[in-house]
Design a protein around this ligand. Sequence first.
Ligand code: ARG
Length: 470
Amino acid sequence: MGIWSGRFSKEINSIANEFNSSIGVDHVMFAQDIQGSIAHVQMLGRLEIIPQEDAEVIERGLKGILEDIQSGELEIDLGAEDIHMFVEQVLTQRIGEPGKKLHTGRSRNDQVVTDLRLYLREQTDEIFHRLLALLETLLSRSEEFAGQIMPGYTHLQPAQPVTFGHYLLAYVQMLLRDADRLLDYRRRMNECPLGAGALATTTYPIDRHLTAGLLEFTRPMRNSMDAVSDRDFVIELEFVISMCMMHLSRLSEEIILFSTQEFSFIELDDSFSTGSSIMPQKKNPDMAELTRGKTGTVIGYLMGMLTTMKGLPLAYNKDMQEDKKAVFDAVDTMKKILVIFDGMLGTMRVDRIRMREQAKYGYINATDLADYLAQKGMAFRDAYVIVGNIVRDAVEKRVSLEELPLDYYQSYTQLFGADLYPYLELEAAVQRRKVFGGPSEESIRRQIIESKEDLRRFREQLLEMGGNMD
Ligand code: ARG
């Protein structure tokens, strides 16, 4: 009947028991559970809430359990209710009487969120480092293709010339915001619920500041009822991951599109592609497709947890046990995707010639032609109408703007001169966009410098927060 045999006179129904159990999911937090218990018991000993000798025996026992789980000597019993019960049971089996004192002044309600915060804090640091590694790769590829002309699109219709470097740097900015959000999240979540007890703390004179410090939290959570019932830190991480995956899902869509026969801008390395079981010629971008697909799953986790929480009264309710499975999967998925993207983008081949060729079609220098007339004194709106007519003619004749003769241009206005041809060059069109944030070489160089500066600053911030730096 286990530890509540005092109150109960009957064993729990076996299906109910299985339904109630969470160890299949929460066993991954065994190290954090032991870490939290060690801090708790050190505090109990130092304050003489339990005898110091007992605290030492318990601490040694806990360390032994940790080692034995890590070495594989002790197998986690998936028949236990959860990891917290399992560790406590093994402890008492191993050290006897003192083991029963571990849970003094503590509840599983504060214990579970302490463990989960410790676990997610570690995962956040890992995600952060993988995200920064991907950013480094993207930045170096941006440098490589800083001058590579490509058609920029709106509505997926050719719009204006940009460079492939500029395009990649757009994703760099998205991912930099994600890294910043991750740090912001880490700062906010790093508070300690331990000592909140079941909901109302405890009558023992525990020191919550001491345990918070031992576990490297910035401070104990201010309100015990909030401490045990808050799951913002789960939802927020799911949001940050959802946002980052949404960005990578958009990039995935373009990887899929740009590697089609029709675009042929890029080719993925074989090591990040898959074949078909029937069509021998196929090379499919499954990594990008799965990322796009899993983004839907992860956004679902975010919605799921918000929905689980929205009707819960204070304080702990067992509904909250549903928090872990989803966020663990979100974290695992994110970590894998970041590594895959790093490899996939690092090895991706770009067909420079094809990309440059494609930029010739679609009249993406039409805006420049209107700007040319405006620069010679015509109102932009009038220039816009004339160029519209010219483009219509060119489409009909199936020629590019550069291929129309000067006397044709001059039949519209004498403002056109032979200098319009160099003006229409896509390289020149890109270089003229020197505005801050634009695609010119100068602007791209600046984007790269500032983005690298962000990376440096983010690393510093993690260090200041006491984050794991390797
Ligand atoms: N397995 C539980 C969870 O994950 C631990 C907390 C249980 N607390 C309780 N009062 N039953 O939420």
